[in-house]
Structures are given as C-alpha cells and as structure tokens.
Design a protein around this ligand. Structure first.
Ligand SMILES: [Zn+2]
Length: 118
C-alpha cells in the first residue's frame, strides 16, 4: 500500500481556562479531529491522508489550529463547519482554503497582532 501523501495535525492541547494564551481543545480541537477523520473516510481519502491529533503547535491564539504537511499550510480558527471545504478544496483538488489560512506573519513569529507580547 502506498504511504500517506499528507498528514493533518490538529491541535488538541488544553490549557487552564484562565490562561492568557488560550488553547485549542476548548476551541473544539477534539471534535475537529473526529470531523476530519470522518470526512476523509467518507470521501475515500483515508488511505492517502491521515488526520492526527497533535500536541501544542504554539499557535494557541489562533485556535483551533490545523497544519497540513508536506504542504506546510496552516489554518486557524477552524471549526467542524470548515472541514468539508478543507477536505474538498485542499485535499482533493489541491487548492488551499485561503480564507482560513494563517498568514506567514503569524506562524513561527513570537509576536503577531493576535499574540500577547512575551
Ligand atoms: Zn496571529
């Protein structure tokens, strides 16, 4: 069987409710991972694409966060309602969902308009 061609990492990290950075689990990370698994199976993509739960991706202010590799496309504020669009457009047709993408200035940056100063 061919190896997986893509992996989705869906953050399910949980911080205390009063943590200033927030976290992805209260934003729905677990439900999101289940929704991706189901959508991949429904479309017969589950042999090519794997949807993994992830620990913290350090993008807590943009939760729930999903990253797609090898594309290195980051999505933020993803909800289960967005799953079909990501699977259909990005994973089936190769067109990332631009409206949900995290800009480069947010990813791998210690500050951005959404993060508290550290
Ligand atoms: Zn940001």
């Amino acid at each position: 069987m061919a190896p997986f061609t893509r992996h989705l990492f869906i953050c399910t990290n949980e911080r205390p409710a009063d943590h200033p950075r927030g976290s992805c689990a209260p934003a729905g990370g677990e439900a999101l991972q289940k929704a991706f698994k189901k959508a991949l199976a429904d479309r017969g993509l589950n042999r090519a694409v794997r949807a993994n739960k992830s620990g913290c991706l350090d993008q807590c202010e943009h939760g729930s966060v999903v990253v797609v590799y090898p594309d290195a496309v980051w999505y933020g504020q993803v909800t289960p309602a967005d799953v079909d669009e990501i699977v259909g457009s990005h994973l089936e047709q190769g067109r990332p969902v631009e409206r949900l993408r995290l800009p480069d200035s947010c990813v791998n940056a210690s500050t951005c308009p959404h993060k508290p100063r550290r």
